[in-house]
Design a protein around this ligand. Structure first.
Ligand SMILES: [Fe+2]
Length: 189
């Protein structure tokens, strides 16, 4: 049994409890990470574990109105899971860095961490990503224009993270198109 199969269970338990990340978003990052890892000769099991762990406490952080803290909360919980599963130290370090670096706050220590962060961008720089992020912002109590600004903020954040050639090629045109639509969608006051 691959490590991913075990970690996937923990991640899906959190999704069941909190509804976040949405299951299709979870799957997008997971599948894309696998594809990128195969193409780049990186460790497929590690990148899939990384994407499963990176937002594992997103739901809890959002419920606490502490969304930005989801990175450190997820890293802490990832550490507990990896200890419980008796994952060796080197692998554990790589996986914790995958979580901590997925918003670009700390440098990547491996190609796997870079793949995880790039795969995460596919969740946001997409038609589904834009509309679900917009709804998420409305649910937080933002008005239409502020929700659009929030979507653009997330798009910009993810666009800046793109570092792999394939991810840049696949997402750049879409990023500019979505940004243009969002700009036009603002209600003039
Ligand atoms: Fe995240």
């Amino acid at each position: 049994m691959e490590l991913f199969d075990k970690i996937d269970k923990f991640a899906k338990d959190e999704i069941k409890k909190t509804g976040l990340p949405q299951i299709y978003n979870y799957n997008i990052a997971n599948e894309k990470a696998e594809e990128l890892a195969l193409r780049l000769g990186a460790d497929v099991d590690i990148v899939k574990c990384g994407t499963a762990l990176m937002d594992i406490k997103l739901g809890e952080a959002v419920a606490l109105k502490q969304q930005p803290k989801h990175v450190s909360m997820s890293a802490e919980y990832a550490n507990q899971i990896l200890e419980k599963l008796k994952v060796e130290d080197t692998k554990k370090k790589v996986l914790i860095n995958c979580v901590l670096a997925h918003h670009g706050e700390v440098p990547y220590q491996s190609i796997e961490a870079e793949i995880v962060a790039n795969a995460d961008a596919y969740r946001f720089i997409s038609e589904i990503g834009v509309f679900t992020t917009y709804k998420f912002a409305l649910d937080l109590g933002k008005n239409h224009n502020d929700a659009l600004d929030f979507v653009q903020f997330k798009l910009d954040e993810k666009f800046k993270i793109l570092s792999l050639k394939q991810a840049k090629e696949e997402l750049t045109d879409l990023y500019f198109l979505l940004s243009k639509i969002i700009k036009k969608a603002h209600i003039k006051e």
